[in-house]
Design a protein. Structure first.
Length: 46
């Protein structure tokens, strides 16, 4: 698992993401949960 930063418009969000392989054996990523919005300075707001 790892933390991924995504952007929607002007806002950035921190997400907990899991890597796995699908039935065909291809690598995929699955979002486990969104941790919150990233503020300037790196603070996460739930």
């Amino acid at each position: 698992m790892f933390i991924k930063v995504t952007q929607s418009g002007q806002r950035r969000y921190a997400q907990l993401v899991e890597s796995f392989r699908n039935a065909d054996g291809k690598p995929r990523q699955r979002t486990v949960c969104t941790l919150g919005r990233l503020e300037d300075g790196g603070e996460v707001t739930p």
